[in-house]
Design a binder for this molecule. Structure first.
Ligand SMILES: Cc1cc2nc3c(=O)[nH]c(=O)nc-3n(C[C@H](O)[C@H](O)[C@H](O)COP(=O)(O)OP(=O)(O)OC[C@H]3O[C@@H](n4cnc5c(N)ncnc54)[C@H](O)[C@@H]3O)c2cc1C
Length: 381
């Protein structure tokens, strides 16, 4: 178990903090432009994905803690929940390829990701949400391989992704399996809808996609189909960890600004920060971000060690993180009074933060999943 960054990890964290600052500055200088493509190029230029990708495929073979250090540095300065959701989602895609990808799949996709390709992971469906037990997107067997039919909605980066990991159901000899399918943008039969119009997270294009009898070669199936459900849980769990770490870190610069604001703004002849009610708001934000950050480290440590408790910890981190960033954002809005309610950084942060209540799975879904895990662990004991 790790409680302190190594000198090398600290240096990575600092390097990505600097990138986060540059990207935040770029977004505020060019408010009318979408920062997404610019940021995506900067991630590649700063070798963010190289950290995870093996040297044999052109990466730097560093590892998950080094990536967590980079992620934390970036998230602590970037002031964009949308971009950090994108990075968390792509980390999940890389985890899937590292863990279950064949040599050919790794060769094909790692090279593209290093050059700036964007991935999407498509689980959610209009009827079933993210309950993958009842997914309606189907993979059927045919003479040449498989056929994929169905649809997904609300998928991060769907309108712009170069490659999509599609989660589908497959019935083989009356047994239901979860299949992980690698699909390239431009495949015949794939259509992606225009980006959704959302309350917040404008820099994260989300959207629906439809699969109309798409032919899928056997080499596009990721990992053994018999282990698809278990593998999907691991992929979802690593994403949850990085969603949680994002919630813990993205609020940091807002807290810093709020501490300054509370020290200079007068309330009843004293600075605001002299009032204990105001201090409580700021302290509660700090408590929230620390508990989520440490839960994220615990989840990552357990997941990498294949600890059976990992899925529970990852879900707890996701629930707590979404709650803390949403409550923290509302506390900031209250602290800034009517200025906070103006169109601007604070009100935007509130609408962005609320996205974590459903992105990465709702609280109810995670509680169901924790209960299921608890029951399984108790039975096995
Ligand atoms: C910004 C953003 C990015 C996203 N990116 C992705 C992505 O990249 N890939 C992806 O697959 N999905 C993505 N999603 C979708 C997200 O994962 C789902 O929105 C979320 O899991 C909830 O599913 P749903 O919206 O269909 O809600 P529903 O499943 O319809 O649920 C509606 C409400 O009912 C509750 N509920 C549902 N079932 C139960 C139950 N059994 N017990 C108790 N309560 C229940 C839910 O908690 C929720 O409150 C994204 C969402 C957002 C907002």
């Amino acid at each position: 178990m790790q409680f302190e960054w190594t000198a090398e990890q600290r240096a990575i964290r600092t390097r990505f903090e600097a990138l986060g600052k540059r990207l935040a500055q770029h977004a505020s200088d060019a408010a009318e432009k979408a920062p997404g493509p610019f940021a995506w190029q900067a991630f590649s230029a700063e070798r963010l994905w190289h950290i995870l990708i093996p040297a044999a495929h052109g990466g730097d073979s560093l590892g998950w803690w080094e990536f967590a250090a980079a992620f934390e540095g970036l998230a602590s300065e970037i002031r964009s929940t949308a971009l950090m959701m994108s990075v968390a989602s792509q980390a999940g895609f890389i985890y899937a390829l590292l863990s279950y990808g064949s040599e050919e799949q790794q060769k094909k996709y790692f090279h593209r990701l290093l050059s700036g390709a964007v991935s999407a992971t498509a689980i959610s469906e209009r009827v079933t949400g993210t309950n993958f037990q009842s997914l309606q997107t189907r993979l059927t067997t045919d003479a040449d391989g498989y056929t994929l039919s169905g649809s997904k909605y609300n998928i991060s980066n769907a309108p712009t992704a170069d490659v999509i990991l599609v989660i589908a159901k497959l019935t083989e000899q009356t047994k239901e399996h979860v299949a992980l399918v690698l699909l390239d943008q431009g495949a015949a039969g794939l259509s992606c809808a225009a980006p959704d119009s959302k309350l917040g997270n404008a820099d994260l294009p989300t959207g629906a996609m439809t699969f109309e009898s798409i032919g899928i070669a056997r080499e596009n199936i990721l990992g053994p189909i018999s282990a698809g459900a278990r593998n999907l849980m691991e992929i979802a769990s690593i994403m949850r960890i990085f969603f949680a770490l994002a919630t813990a870190c993205v609020i940091t610069p807002y807290l810093r600004s709020a501490l300054h604001f509370a020290s200079v703004r007068q309330g009843r002849s004293l600075p605001l920060n002299a009032h204990q009610y105001v201090q409580k708001k700021l302290v509660d934000i700090k408590i929230g971000l620390e508990r989520t950050k440490w839960l994220s480290y615990a989840g990552l440590s357990q997941l990498l060690a294949k600890n059976p408790e990992a899925l529970v910890t990852c879900s707890i981190a996701k629930i707590v993180g979404a709650e803390d960033i949403s409550n923290g954002a509302l506390e900031l809005l209250k602290l800034y009074g009517s200025d906070g309610y103006q169109t601007g950084e604070i009100s935007r942060f509130v609408t962005d933060a609320l996205g974590f209540l459903s992105a990465g799975g709702t609280e109810e879904m995670h509680r169901n999943s924790i209960f299921g895990q608890l029951t399984r662990i108790a039975k096995a004991a």
